[in-house]
Design a binder for this molecule. Structure first.
Ligand code: SAM
Ligand code: SF4
Ligand code: SF4
Length: 371
């Protein structure tokens, strides 16, 4: 579609990511106010990565040997402006998106993020309901930003915290950032009335021992921990299947300590399977992308900070929306393009991985596409 289709962005030094041209022809499929993909899956959820920078170097995401000073981070002019993000979001919400999640990189490093939240807060679904706006953060500066985010209208915060033990946590983030500070951010946000979840990536031989401690810490607080199977996102982290702790094992560990029972999903396409403590002390979740693929229900698209739309966490190529935005396309042209892109989606990487058929390719890094 334009010269930018040929542009290659280096990711994690050794792989590269290419743009796909936005399809100019093809049908848009709709049902119940949503765009549908080739497998009949509605688009309900947009994850927006607002920066590729991060102040952590989690070994499973941005290992420091790969994300060092030779790594080509994007220039500020490459980033979508808040007005551009708002415009895409407005058109998406008009077409059935109900949830927006701001992520990254570390989204709180994007200056003035609360201004974007305030802009997004003005959006409502076609039948007049407020949309759900969430943030995923490492919480390193959450305490400082939480009041402004609350004021701007953010609904929910998910904080990543892989261990309570300082040595283990600091080994994960690899910059010596204390777990105690992350906990301060969590408590502060919860105190302001945010709904808070905690994401814990579990890696074999590293932090299985933290699972029960994390449950213990958050039982009875209303804060929900979610244990995530370590995934083969990107190519930088050196993922091996033997590093994955299956969710079934996590549930077993927790059930050895407390009586737990499964709970149904909150909404169609929820990624986490939910469990509650029989004594009423709350719940926890497991995100089992590796051992129990949930592609059949996957209703998420991801927008990178430089305006590419990705249809799967394990994609290599994203559709270049920024060129349309900056090239004078009308709202109608952009909406039709988004609908056509979604109509062509057939992604189901995790299902293929479960069958041993995952394609070998230079997948996009998590810090670029957003978690
Ligand atoms: N920096 C923010 C944070 O850490 O919360 C937002 C971006 S981060 C990429 C989003 C989520 O992806 C985090 O909860 C992180 O733990 C998770 N994540 C990153 N790499 C992962 C991997 N290889 N497997 C599973 N989860 C991963
Ligand atoms: Fe940064 Fe989040 Fe990736 Fe950790 S998981 S390196 S905090 S983007
Ligand atoms: Fe969705 Fe892709 Fe994950 Fe499957 S592998 S659940 S299609 S993001």
């Amino acid at each position: 579609m334009s010269s930018s289709d040929e542009r290659v962005i280096p990711i994690a030094n050794e792989s590269a990511v290419r743009s796909l041209p936005v399809p100019q022809t093809g049908a848009v499929r709709r049902a119940g106010g949503h765009w549908l993909d080739m497998r009949g899956r509605p688009l309900r959820d947009l994850r927006i990565s607002v920066t590729d920078h991060c102040n952590f170097r989690c070994r499973y995401c941005m290992p420091k040997e790969k994300f060092d000073k030779r790594h080509a981070f994007l220039a500020h002019t490459e980033l979508l402006t808040f007005d551009e993000i708002y415009r895409i979001s407005r058109l998406a919400v008009r077409n059935g998106i109900e949830k927006l999640r701001l992520t990254g990189g570390e989204p709180l490093l994007r200056k003035g993020l609360e201004q974007l939240v305030a802009q997004l807060r003005t959006l409502t679904t076609p039948d007049g309901r407020p949309i759900d706006i969430a943030l995923t953060t490492n919480a390193s500066i959450l305490k400082k930003k939480a009041d402004a985010l609350k004021e701007a209208g953010l609904d929910r915060v998910t904080v990543s915290l892989d261990a309570l033990d300082e040595a283990i946590f600091q080994g994960f983030n690899d910059v010596g950032f204390p777990a105690a500070k992350v906990l301060e951010g969590i408590e502060y946000a919860a105190g302001l009335g945010f709904k808070v979840k905690v994401n814990t990536v579990v890696k074999r031989g590293v932090n299985e021992g933290e699972v029960v401690k994390i449950c213990e810490r958050f039982r009875g607080t209303g804060i929900i921990p979610r244990f995530i199977e370590y995934m083969d996102v990107g190519t930088a982290n050196g993922w091996r299947m033997t590093d994955v702790v299956p969710s079934a094992e996590i549930v077993r560990l927790i059930a050895e300590r407390w009586d737990v029972e499964p709970v149904g999903a909150n909404y169609p396409g929820e990624t986490a399977s939910r469990w509650r403590y029989a004594d009423g002390a709350g719940e926890f979740g497991c995100i089992s992308s590796v051992t129990q693929a949930f592609c059949g229900e996957c209703s998420r698209a991801r927008l990178s900070m430089d305006g590419r739309l990705y249809l799967c966490l394990f994609a290599t190529e994203g559709y270049d929306i920024r060129t349309m935005l900056r090239g004078g396309a009308t709202d109608f042209e952009i909406e039709e393009a988004l609908g056509r892109i979604w109509a062509q989606r057939n992604d189901h990487y995790s299902e293929l991985r479960s069958l041993g058929l995952a394609p070998e390719r230079a997948k996009i890094e998590m810090s670029y596409i957003g978690g």
